[in-house]
Design a protein around this ligand. Structure first.
Ligand code: SAH
Length: 204
């Protein structure tokens, strides 16, 4: 996966590559999908959701520029794989999931790998988590119709928000960097995520 999918697509951050090489993606998919765990694609998980494509996990993690000790908010726990990668990199991760049924499985998978600091909570994360702000980084692993103001406000100075923004069918991977009271926006190509559903997301 690292050699065939990630390096050829330009993922260059050696720490991100090391995290993805070290953590077994197969531990985050169902038994039926285990043999496809290293395929170059998103895979179905419970509740009609997906574990993201490996190259997308790598790119988003690279854009977050995680340093050990950073406090990172993830929105869309899903399988728990992205949260596990962030924890492996030394982040203190809080991850929010609106589908309660996904949480026990994600919790068990992360605990089995003995990864440090991951808190998982059931919540509508489309408005972030003001109680834990400011966040060094916020990663939204579901498609948003626009960048929620709440997420911009909850970023620390210098912090980054990585979020797919667009329609339900297609989005632009967007990176927002806060510099004081300015928010710089860049994009990094198209992507396809399941919808962010909630107050600052799409209707359910
Ligand atoms: N990061 C996940 C990918 C999850 S897919 C992984 O590594 O496997 C996106 C997830 O976002 C789904 O589980 C979906 O239920 C969740 N989601 C959608 N809208 C949400 C919201 N408003 N708050 C929290 N989670 C949300």
């Amino acid at each position: 996966m690292v050699a065939d999918q990630l390096r050829p697509r330009g993922v260059a951050d050696e720490r991100v590559l090391a995290a993805m090489g070290a953590l077994p993606r197969e531990a985050f998919v169902s038994d039926a999908n285990r043999r496809f765990a290293y395929a170059d694609e998103a895979l179905p998980i419970d509740a009609g959701q997906t574990i993201s494509q490996p190259v997308m996990v790598a790119k988003m993690t690279e854009h977050l520029a995680v340093r050990p000790g950073d406090r990172i908010l993830e929105i869309g726990t899903g399988s728990g794989y992205q949260a596990a990668i962030l924890a492996w990199l030394g982040a203190h991760v809080t991850t929010l999931e609106r589908q309660a049924e996904l949480i026990p499985t994600a919790r068990a998978r992360i605990d089995a790998l003995d990864l440090g600091s991951v808190e998982i909570r059931e919540a509508d994360g489309s408005v972030g988590d003001a109680s834990g702000a400011p966040w060094d980084g916020i990663i939204v692993t579901a498609a948003a119709p626009s960048i929620p103001d709440e997420l911009r406000e909850q970023l620390a100075d210098g912090g980054r928000l990585v979020i797919p923004v667009g329609t339900r069918d297609r989005q632009l991977l967007t990176v927002v960097t806060r510099k004081g009271d300015e928010w710089l926006e860049e994009t990094d190509g198209y992507c396809v995520f399941v919808p962010l559903i909630g107050a600052a997301g799409f209707d359910g």
